[in-house]
Design a protein around this ligand. Structure first.
Ligand code: ADP
Ligand code: F6P
Length: 475
């Protein structure tokens, strides 16, 4: 007999996301381990969940064809309810529809989205499962906050099961304009799915405007100047809520003497160049990793920079490794790094250090402290929390941030060196400008960005969203 799941504790606040903040992995000897899940969603939601007692429903990262459900458990002050996916679900719902269809479509079709009806069926089925789990866990009149592109059908499904709930939805990635969204064979279903929420949040005002326009155009709904949508007798609100980080927590880690010591050690280990460029990303084709390496490579080739003057440290977390585009990206990046080092490295002194690995927060803080120039060049990004993390760690107002205009963070971090990552010459100029900047000029800019971030941290993001969600709109 399958073990019976004990009834989950009812919660007044429930977060539903594709992933839990911890990821289950099994060693070859069968030992089960939990480690922090990758990505910005987890970075942002973790402190919010610790502050608001609630339940977090999400995938545990493992697949189990036996469909045996895992027990809820508590971890670091959070109540976690694991959802299991079968290996077919992982292939069709997660790698397929979420990351082979929606991810490229919503990121400016940097890669070609693939449309498969079986993937859509799996997406619908898994969304239904998440909606049922949320309906089971939510207390009478609870607030349920659904997150990201993997679960866009959940708001409508959950409302049908539990009309008493207050439902919010937040999209962490960009939301495309009609010209791209209209390609999706299931475009109306997705819009109706989102409209099951009372409040639909986006990173940028332009994304909210795209959503409003699409509901008018594709579903014939009326919208108002205050971004309210009249959807079948209900009012649904849409708006921009730029996400952020727990600045105080990261700054505290950065200020520790052991972090500073580790930062110095990192600089020593890479040969103590005058300047260190740093990139930290999930290994994703949206992040513009190749573009920034190419710009650095050309500067070395042209003699504008030498490896003694500046080296590049690129950290890339493994991500979605079974998806074709990600395999190709890894090959391209690793080939390029090899070329840079082949041409400009010396024995024991590479011109570039590349680490394909995931690191704990203390090590990340040391990396942010070890750098002089943070290079954030996505071709498209919902927000980009790495840019904000770098600023949080620069408590002495040193360091320069190079930031793509196509990251949501560019709306807020106006004192960054803003670049168009498609423009290799522009990128090269920015790299040179960053290594030659006057310290006083850099310090003025960093101070301004730090002031902004201190006032706009992740608590403010969550509170603004949740307060707006709590205010019951009148018809
Ligand atoms: P995305 O959500 O697309 O991955 P973000 O920049 O918004 O992009 O968030 C990435 C998050 O993942 C950040 O909190 C960053 O610190 C973390 N991260 C990135 N690379 C690594 C790594 N190699 N090891 C550990 N955490 C990482
Ligand atoms: O919003 C960014 C995001 O796509 C999250 O939804 C996701 O959890 C994270 O990046 C990491 O990606 P994945 O969960 O596919 O490893």
């Amino acid at each position: 007999d399958k073990p019976k799941r004990r009834p989950a504790m009812k919660s007044a606040f429930v977060v539903v996301a594709n992933r839990l903040p911890v990821d289950q992995t099994t060693d070859p000897d069968g030992t089960v381990r939990w480690r922090r899940s990758p990505g910005g969603l987890v970075t942002a939601l973790e402190p919010v969940m610790r502050a608001n007692k609630g339940a977090w429903i999400g995938w545990s990262g493992s697949s189990d064809d036996g469909d045996e459900r895992q027990e809820p458990f508590d971890e670091a002050g959070m109540h976690l309810i694991p959802m299991q996916l079968t290996s077919d679900d992982v292939e069709e719902y997660y790698e397929g529809f979420s990351n082979g269809t929606l991810w490229p479509l919503y990121h400016d079709v940097i890669a070609q989205p693939v449309f498969h009806r079986e993937w859509w069926d799996a997406y619908t089925k898994v969304n239904e499962r998440f909606a049922r789990a949320a309906a089971e866990v939510a207390d009478e009149g609870a607030v349920v906050w659904v997150h990201d592109y993997q679960l866009q059908l959940v708001p409508e499904m959950l409302r049908a099961l539990r009309p008493d709930l207050r439902i919010g939805f937040f999209l962490h990635i960009p939301f495309p304009p009609n010209e791209l969204f209209a390609r999706l064979p299931w475009r109306r279903q997705i819009l109706r799915g989102l409209l099951g929420a009372d409040l639909v949040g986006f990173q940028r005002p332009g994304a909210a405007a795209n959503f409003l326009r699409l509901t008018r155009r594709m579903l014939g709904h009326q919208t108002q100047a205050d971004r309210a949508i009249l959807a079948d007798g209900r009012i649904v609100r849409a708006g921009a809520f730029p996400i952020s980080i727990d600045m105080a927590e990261l700054e505290e880690i950065a200020r520790r003497p052991e972090t500073e010591a580790r930062a110095q050690e990192i600089r020593d280990e890479i040969g103590n160049p005058d300047k260190v460029f740093l990139g930290i990303d999930r290994l994703d084709y949206t992040k513009g990793i190749g573009e920034r390496i190419k710009a650095f490579f050309e500067l070395l080739n042209e003699g504008e920079l030498s490896p003694e003057e500046a080296t590049f440290l690129q950290v890339a977390t493994p991500s979605r490794e079974r998806v074709e585009e990600y395999k190709a990206l890894r090959n391209d990046v690793e080939l390029l790094v090899g070329r840079v080092n082949g041409a400009h490295g010396r024995i024991g002194r590479p011109a570039m250090t590349y680490l394909h690995n995931s690191f704990v927060r203390t090590e990340l803080a040391a990396l942010y402290r070890a750098a002089d120039v943070m290079v954030v060049t996505p071709l498209r990004d919902g927000m980009n929390l790495v840019a904000k993390e770098f600023i949080a760690c620069r408590y002495d107002n040193t360091g320069t941030l190079i930031l793509s205009e196509f990251a949501g963070a560019a709306d807020e971090l106006r004192q960054a060196l803003l670049v168009n990552p498609y423009d290799v010459d522009g990128l090269k100029q920015a790299l040179l400008q960053a290594v030659r900047v006057e310290p006083r000029e850099a310090s003025r800019k960093m101070r301004a960005m730090r002031r902004y971030l201190a006032e706009h941290d992740v608590d403010r993001w969550a509170n603004t969203f949740l307060e707006k969600l709590a205010g019951r709109p009148e018809l």
